[in-house]
Design a protein around this ligand. Structure first.
Ligand code: UDX
Ligand code: UDX
Length: 449
């Protein structure tokens, strides 16, 4: 049987990883984006963002001729393919609600193409959209522009992604589940068949459901993970009030309970990234608009907003007035293995430190170019972790890159003006560090200090 031809609209993180994922299994894929520079890079085999392993996979797919990037031309691309994944951005508006302008524009072009198309085509919404969007926004636009009926003349599905930056390929190949929301049986069957071919003998559990349940599964999953993080950060904040208590040990013991599980219980400076902050805000706004105030999610957000500022508080506790003090920041990306700084916890930390008059030098293995576009010349950048520490009065570890875990107390003592370290991600062994230098860690009760 001929493999279906696939198009992906929006070649951002999710779109490109999806496109390369299918192309790597010999599907013919066209990735379409409005951003000319991004597409030029993709066609030259250069991923527009940092993702381990992506460069090799992308080059491989281009060499085999399974993947090409095109700028715009959405209508032509729809006519040439059988299935279209929509992965354009769905950012937050200033009030936290979802901004669907990119989705509406992409779907409008798809609808126009469907008007001219005789063969059955399935549109699959992969972007995270609030419950009701595919049914109430996407479907009417497709029908208006195509002058055809969804469910009869063409198919429509909602298929959320659960990719984590830094491990997108592992997550694609070893998905825990595939969620297929569909407007009708036929659309869902086409997508299910695609995944059966893609995963072959490694097919994960497939959940077939309605469009809005599929949409909510994504928000509920991300909200649960964010809740776990704000929960353990709350416990960390309590631990700090209890001499001798350590949140790391609490989390390890809690995680051994199968009902709780060990993952996403790392206390620290809170969650960032392109998904959790945006999705929680969007779910809160969506729920409120429907008449239910989800207070629990408000608290999850509130805890996350305060958590990064604790690093500044610790800094002031130890150094007093921060005017003119030299602060070394290790890690800028919102998490290791990415150069993404969207909602990175380091942003509020740096802004607050600058307000207090501190001089900041930062280092990150890959995110410095991105950070330069955010902070311009307000802060300095070092070319290594050790150079970042030179003559600093205090160091804050913000992102737990593996190379930072290798630093020893001697590295801090030898290079800093005074060896004061704030471990914002709990990577260092308190016993070793407390004995040798001034060491504060999130979620560590005072007496161990
Ligand atoms: C996005 C959403 O924000 C997320 O909620 C969803 O789950 C998946 O898609 P991401 O891939 O990280 O996540 O977004 P981003 O990197 O902003 O990529 C979106 C791409 O769409 C950009 O490359 C942008 O240029 C492109 N785009 C946007 C189009 O091709 N057409 C448009 O009309 C608008
Ligand atoms: C997340 C979801 O995991 C993924 O399923 C979804 O598709 C997109 O959003 P991602 O944003 O790439 O993925 O990163 P993730 O690994 O989930 O981490 C998000 C943030 O939470 C990071 O800032 C990380 O530092 C923080 N985090 C994570 C913690 O603070 N503690 C933890 O225990 C885990």
């Amino acid at each position: 049987m001929r493999k279906p031809k696939i198009s992906v609209i929006g070649a951002g993180y999710v779109g490109l990883c999806t496109a390369v994922g299918f192309a790597s299994k010999n599907y013919n894929v066209v990735a379409c984006d409005v951003d000319e520079e991004k597409i030029a890079k993709i066609n030259a085999g250069i991923p527009p963002f940092h993702e381990p392993g992506l460069q090799e996979k992308l080059s491989d797919c281009l060499k085999k001729g399974n993947l090409k990037g095109v700028v715009g031309q959405t209508e032509r691309v729809i006519l040439e393919t059988d299935l279209t994944f929509v992965a354009v951005g769905t950012p937050s508006k200033p009030d936290g609600s979802i901004d669907l302008k990119y989705m509406e524009s992409a779907v409008c072009s798809i609808g126009k193409a469907l008007k001219q198309k005789d063969t059955y085509h399935v549109t699959i919404i992969k972007s995270t959209v609030v419950p009701g969007t595919t049914q109430n926004t996407v479907k009417p636009i497709l029908e208006r522009e195509s002058k055809k009926a969804v469910g009869k003349d063409f198919g429509l599905c909602m298929n959320p992604e659960f990719l984590r930056q830094g491990s997108a390929f592992q997550d694609t190949i070893n998905a825990d589940r595939v969620v297929i929301g569909s407007i009708d049986e036929r659309s869902g069957n086409v997508l299910e068949d695609l995944y059966k071919g893609f995963y072959s003998t490694r097919l994960p559990t497939i959940i077939r459901t309605s469009l809005s349940t599929a949409e909510l599964i994504k928000y509920a999953s991300n909200s649960m993970l964010a809740t776990k993080i704000s929960f353990i950060n709350t416990i960390a904040n309590i631990c700090e009030q209890i001499p001798g208590a350590d949140v790391k040990v609490v989390a390890t013991a809690m995680g051994l309970d199968k009902r709780i599980g060990p993952l996403f219980l790392d206390a620290g400076l809170g969650y960032g990234g392109s998904c959790f902050p945006k999705d929680i805000k969007a779910l809160i706004a969506c729920s409120k608009s429907l008449g239910y105030d989800p207070e629990l999610l408000d608290s999850v957000e509130q805890v996350n907003k305060m958590q990064p500022l604790k690093a500044v508080m610790f800094c002031k506790d130890m150094l007093g007035d921060l005017e003119g003090k030299k602060i070394a920041i290790l890690g800028l990306a919102f998490k290791p293995d990415t150069d993404d700084m969207r909602e990175a916890r380091v942003i509020p930390i740096i802004h607050q430190l600058l307000k207090e008059g501190a001089n900041i030098t930062a280092y990150d293995p890959v995110a410095i170019p991105v950070a330069k576009s955010i902070f311009k010349n307000q802060i300095q950048f070092a070319d290594s972790a050790i150079n970042c520490l030179k003559n600093a009065d205090c160091c804050i570890l913000v992102t737990e890159w593996p190379e930072f875990k290798k630093l020893t107390p001697e590295d801090f003592i030898k290079n800093m003006r005074q060896p004061v370290l704030i471990d914002g991600r709990r990577v260092y062994d308190p016993e070793t560090f407390v004995r040798k230098m001034t060491f504060v860690a999130l979620g560590l009760g005072q007496s161990s200090n």
